[in-house]
Design a protein around this ligand. Structure first.
Ligand code: C5P
Length: 216
């Protein structure tokens, strides 16, 4: 059987990893999973049930009951509030455990796969063919996210966005359960001074080099 091409794309918020992962998926004809949406759906599901973000047990229950239909309202799930809720519930080991199987099964499809998140190269798909860790300075990421959110009518100041990004980075990198960290064998891609075309080209070259290494 042909060895599947599995691409793991990790990195902090607004680094460009989501766009890069989606474009890699199109280029190689692979299914793509934005794993951040899972945590966002758990955070919003918890709030919808009237739960508090401190309620780890209820968050775990919501995660265990998560259904793909909960991922369909991407407009709501990509809001600022959902991002904040996601990073709170993502720290609970019970939530991460409940979402693990789904992600691992997605990654292991015989067709191959592309997943983006924080722990794809370290926990979900440690045997991925190609691993990228996409980053950029907090200021550049805050500006990108600010343009995106204000562009669709969310009222927020750039300074608030920057504070959000820095707080989220600290929470994601500092938690005990599957912290955001570059895998030893991941290639770092700093998109600070790149537009999306340049960043995508660089990402594709990283994947091509990995394919050659793996004889794919
Ligand atoms: O990538 P995105 O910004 O949509 O992720 C939202 C939040 O979900 C992150 O800040 C992080 O706390 C959490 N997350 C995670 N592990 C992943 C993907 C997202 O902890 N694989």
């Amino acid at each position: 059987m042909k060895t599947p091409l599995i691409i793991a794309v990790d990195g902090p918020a607004a680094s460009g990893k989501g766009t890069i992962a989606a474009r890699l998926a199109t280029t190689y004809g692979l299914p793509h999973l934005d794993t951040g949406l899972l945590y966002r759906a758990v955070g919003m599901g918890l709030l919808d049930r009237g739960g508090a973000l401190e309620d780890a047990a209820l968050a775990g229950t919501v995660a265990a009951a998560l259904d793909v239909s909960d991922l369909s309202d991407t407009e709501r799930l990509t809001s600022r509030g959902a991002g904040e809720a996601a990073s709170r519930v993502a720290g609970y080991p019970g939530v991460r455990a409940a979402l693990l199987e789904f992600q691992r099964t997605f990654a292991a499809q015989t067709s191959g796969s592309v997943l983006d998140g924080r722990d794809i190269g370290t926990v979900i798909a440690p045997h991925a063919t190609a691993k990228l860790f996409v980053t950029a300075t907090p200021e550049v990421r805050a500006r990108r996210r600010w343009l995106q959110l204000t562009g669709r009518g969310e009222a927020i100041a750039y300074e608030e966005m920057l504070a959000d990004i820095i707080r989220r980075d600290e929470r994601d990198a500092g938690r005990g359960a599957a912290p955001m960290i570059q895998a030893d064998d991941a290639v770092l891609l700093d998109t600070t001074d790149m537009d999306i075309e340049t960043a995508f080209d660089a990402a594709r070259r990283i994947v091509e080099a990995a394919r050659v290494r793996h004889g794919l």
